[in-house]
Design a protein around this ligand. Structure first.
Ligand code: PCA
Length: 217
């Protein structure tokens, strides 16, 4: 029997004041699972600009995925945010885990200003909302390590016809949000459910749906 196509699913190490990263807590649960005829390979990326770039490239060479989905923590967001775009800039408000704090530097000198997700983001959104999971389209992945990794994933996808890529940000875990008033959270079980649904849609749908999900601000 031939090997199933692979999904490379990445999460990040904790950063800033946190000692847990909900992205890795959910992503690691899906390692080895089969979704839509694909096998999931879960990997941990360091929350550091240079190290994440090097490790991502090694992982992609080793796993040779047909779908690449990055997941990162966005503390304060209230919904699973399906990122539409990644921009060619590094502007770090805090140092990364290697102590680097680039300001207004390009990720790839001479690269395009931005890349769009090549996963069916609207179809993913529709399926998540239909399953009763809070989700949204986001038009910014920030300017820290997540945007950096999302941009590099989309750069790889632009160069490989058989590779599609995207990125999602997730809220704090309840245990993280409990420290701050009025702070939204999502349980790891719900994030795992949401990622499974999003990946099911990504494996089966190559053309996105037309569904309004824009914002005025
Ligand atoms: N979130 C950070 C980097 C790692 C993570 O989980 C970000 O949004 O850039």
């Amino acid at each position: 029997m031939s090997k199933p196509p692979q999904i490379l699913l990445t999460g990040f190490t904790p950063f800033g004041d946190e000692d847990i990263n909900p992205s890795w807590e959910a992503v690691r649960e899906l390692d080895g699972k089969h979704i839509g005829g694909h096998r999931v390979v879960s990997r941990l990326l360091p929350t550091a600009f240079a190290d994440s770039q090097r490790e991502l490239s090694l992982m992609v060479d080793e796993v040779r995925p047909t779908i690449l989905l990055g997941v990162g923590q966005a503390g304060g967001r209230s919904r699973l945010s399906i990122e539409r775009v990644a921009i060619n800039v590094q502007d770090a408000r805090i140092p990364d885990n290697a102590g680097e704090q680039p300001i207004d530097e390009a990720i790839l000198a001479g690269g395009p200003a931005a890349y769009f997700s090549t996963l069916p983001i609207k179809a993913m959104l529709k399926a998540l909302l239909a399953a009763g999971l809070p989700a949204e389209i986001s038009n910014t992945a920030g300017t820290f390590v997540c945007n950096h990794v999302a941009y590099l994933m989309l750069h790889l996808a632009a160069a490989h016809r058989d590779l599609r890529a995207g990125f999602v940000h997730i809220p704090y875990l309840p245990s993280q949000a409990a420290r701050f008033p009025n702070t939204p959270s999502m349980s790891s079980d719900n994030v795992v459910r949401a990622l499974t649904i999003a990946l099911e849609v990504a494996t089966t749908q190559h053309i996105d749906e037309r569904l309004g999900a824009g914002t005025l601000d």
